[in-house]
Design a protein around this ligand. Structure first.
Ligand SMILES: Nc1ncnc2c1ncn2[C@@H]1O[C@H](COP(=O)(O)OP(=O)(O)OP(=O)(O)O)[C@@H](O)[C@H]1O
Ligand SMILES: [Mg+2]
Length: 141
């Protein structure tokens, strides 16, 4: 369990976590609105050398960020919050995007009930106060 006192600290925690990743991971991020799930994904992408600004994929559901790490070639960011058609989940062609050289990050994975994904990690972020967050990193594999 980590305690973060700022957005930057959350990014730093994500950065350290990203150093343990080798590609092929599927990371679920759970926590209330505005807890810092997107900030965490941004920290992961930056750890792999992405200079693109990670934004919530509001209209697209899925954004893909090319990164410059040795084994990891892309960070895929999925946000199901505004995805209102569970029957379209298969249209994401998750099997195709989840390759051995990608790290997939999924916000709101269980918005339709049970998560249809097979995560390797789960990040839980709790809002403590305005700037304080508790971050739990669970390895499932
Ligand atoms: N310790 C902290 N860690 C992360 N973000 C923080 C922290 N303290 C304050 N913040 C602020 O909280 C907000 C987190 O926003 P972010 O978009 O990452 O949340 P989110 O969990 O992705 O929400 P949503 O479910 O709406 O996508 C940002 O405005 C950020 O500056
Ligand atoms: Mg978000």
């Amino acid at each position: 369990m980590f305690t973060s006192k700022s957005e930057q600290q959350t990014k730093d925690i994500a950065n350290d976590f990203a150093k343990t990743l080798k590609g092929g991971e599927v990371i679920e991020l759970v926590g209330d609105l505005g807890t810092g799930k997107t900030v965490f994904v941004r920290g992961i992408a930056q750890a792999f050398g992405s200079d693109a600004r990670v934004k919530s994929p509001t209209f697209t559901i899925m954004n893909e960020y090319p990164v410059k790490a040795q084994q990891v070639k892309k960070v895929i960011h999925i946000d199901l919050y505004r995805f209102n058609d569970a029957s379209q989940l298969s249209a994401l062609e998750l099997d195709e995007v989840m390759t051995a050289d990608s790290v997939v990050c999924i916000e709101w994975p269980d918005i339709f009930g049970q998560s249809p994904f097979h995560p390797t990690h789960r990040i839980k972020i709790d809002h403590v106060d305005e700037e304080t967050r508790e971050i739990e990193i669970e390895s499932l594999s």
